[in-house]
Write a protein of this length. Structure first.
Length: 120
């Protein structure tokens, strides 16, 4: 199983420049996640991923994934969604899913600020 390096602190405030390339380029961990900023009642997170996450559900919140680099596969119980660079999807609340990255992948995620990334 992949170990997760998850940072829930909000790294940037309003009007601060966020350099995704610098952040992602410095990551050496296989499954890294950092909350970048808050937008209204949601947070934007940056993930640098390689490997697989565990099956989980967010009962009350949807989750948005946008792939910047690499390839992300989101397994569902009845299939999978595969995303490449500049492709995105929304996982509806209550849908069990498991993100997998067969290669180093950089993603931006957006979800409610109260969501625990590991699921309910």
């Amino acid at each position: 199983m992949t170990e997760y390096d998850t940072h829930l602190d909000i790294k940037y405030g309003p009007l601060e420049r966020i350099d995704i390339n610098d952040l992602a380029g410095a990551v050496t961990h296989l499954w890294w996640n950092q909350t970048l900023c808050r937008v209204n009642d949601s947070v934007v997170r940056l993930g640098v991923l390689h490997g697989e996450y565990h099956w989980h559900t967010h009962a009350d919140e949807e989750e948005f994934f946008l792939v910047l680099e690499g390839r992300l596969i989101i397994d569902l119980r009845d299939g999978a969604i595969e995303l490449g660079p500049h492709q995105a999807t929304v996982i509806p609340r209550g849908v069990e899913h498991r993100p997998r990255a067969p290669e180093r992948t950089v993603v931006v995620m957006m979800e409610g600020a109260d969501v625990v990334p590991t699921g309910d």
